[in-house]
Design a binder for this molecule. Structure first.
Ligand code: ASP
Length: 266
């Protein structure tokens, strides 16, 4: 988490773009097998891996996402290419992997994603939903917000299932007028309530501060145990909240804050 935070802060300190920072951080976390994104992703019900990711630029509202990719090493990079190099927002399954091939991004075979612990979690209890989605939000020196989210989804999910993470407005949202948001948790609950968009809507229409908006969602709108939210607003206020047992998270700012908060510290 420290290394990930350093990657993001270094980019922003050097005057880099929030979009580059969130992509680089998520890419790094995808490569770390401890998280359920990229390598180390959970197993689906048929013993494979299907990955979802999305990215959004708060300045232009441009966004890109991939769902159910199975041979792309870094889904977040592919999501960015969907944003920049296609007329579309979301590509899925074989079409998305085919696009990765055309773009010459790094492809891998399914065993690259396998880890012993993810397999064990899947085998031990096929109904257990283990979590560990990764996300990053950032505000850069130009005042531009960006958000990115990447996941292997829920352990033992049905083949073909897509969660909230690649759905703009559910798992990811960014708008310079309000905030950048990345969510983790039970995907369907985040889709039902368009949670990432709801954060921005509360701020936009009712001027609710970011901290309160996240708190309202996690205490009033979502049931206990459903997940968490990280967000930063246009003024640089950061919130990282969850209604589960814990959520590994980290935050830094230009005033010298550099915090890594492990699982259940509040
Ligand atoms: N939100 C993800 C999904 O439903 C899972 C998670 O965040 O743990 O796919």
């Amino acid at each position: 988490m420290k290394a990930a935070l350093t990657i993001g802060t270094d980019i922003l300190k050097g005057g880099g773009k929030s979009l580059d920072a969130v992509e680089a951080v998520v890419r790094f976390l995808e490569d770390d097998a401890q998280f359920n994104a990229g390598r180390g992703a959970v197993f689906n019900a048929v013993g494979g891996h299907e990955l979802d990711a999305s990215i959004m630029d708060g300045k232009t509202l441009a966004c890109g996402a991939v769902a159910g990719v199975s041979t792309t090493k870094n889904p977040i990079g592919l999501a960015r290419l969907v944003m920049t190099d296609t007329r579309h927002v979301l590509l899925s399954g074989p079409g998305a992997d085919q696009f990765a091939k055309e773009k010459k991004v790094t492809l891998v075979t399914q065993d690259y994603f396998h880890t012993h612990s993810a397999r064990k979690a899947w085998q031990d209890s096929r109904a257990k939903h283990s979590k560990g989605t990764v996300g990053c939000v950032a505000l850069d020196s130009q005042g531009n917000l960006a958000a990115a989210t990447s996941t292997g989804g829920l352990s033992n999910k049905q083949f073909g299932r897509v969660g909230d993470s690649p759905i703009i407005g559910a798992g990811t949202y960014a708008d310079n007028a309000t905030c950048a948001v990345s969510c983790t948790g039970v995907g369907k609950d985040y889709i039902h309530r368009a949670i990432a968009n709801d954060m921005a809507a509360q701020m936009r229409y009712a001027q609710i501060p970011i901290e309160e908006a996240a708190n309202e969602i996690l205490t009033q709108r979502l049931k206990k145990g459903t997940g968490g939210i990280i967000a930063v607003d246009k003024d640089g206020k950061i919130t990282m909240q969850f209604n589960t047992g814990g959520m590994a998270r980290a935050a830094a700012d230009s005033k010298g804050r550099f915090d890594v908060l492990w699982i259940d510290e509040k």
